[in-house]
Design a protein around this ligand. Structure first.
Ligand SMILES: [Zn+2]
Length: 72
């Protein structure tokens, strides 16, 4: 039986506190604030999708928020 996927809101909240979005394992992907590992320690979810532009959304959001903070 397949495990039910968590809601989008729950996944975002888990990401904000550095937990795995899928299983909620604390510190699952992050070795430190700036270093990640390939798979979750709890559910073995692959972090990198190996597609170009995968981190582009995160970089764009980071760029906009940083620019907004500097200019405000
Ligand atoms: Zn996980």
């Amino acid at each position: 039986m397949a495990q039910k996927s968590p809601s989008v809101l729950r996944m975002l909240c888990r990401g904000l506190i550095r937990r795995c979005a899928h299983c909620g394992e604390p510190g699952a992907f992050f070795i430190s604030w700036f270093k990640t590992q390939d798979r979750c320690r709890g559910c073995k979810l692959l972090w990198q999708r190996n597609t170009q532009g995968f981190v582009l959304g995160a970089l764009a959001i980071n760029f906009v928020l940083t620019g907004r903070l500097i200019l405000s």
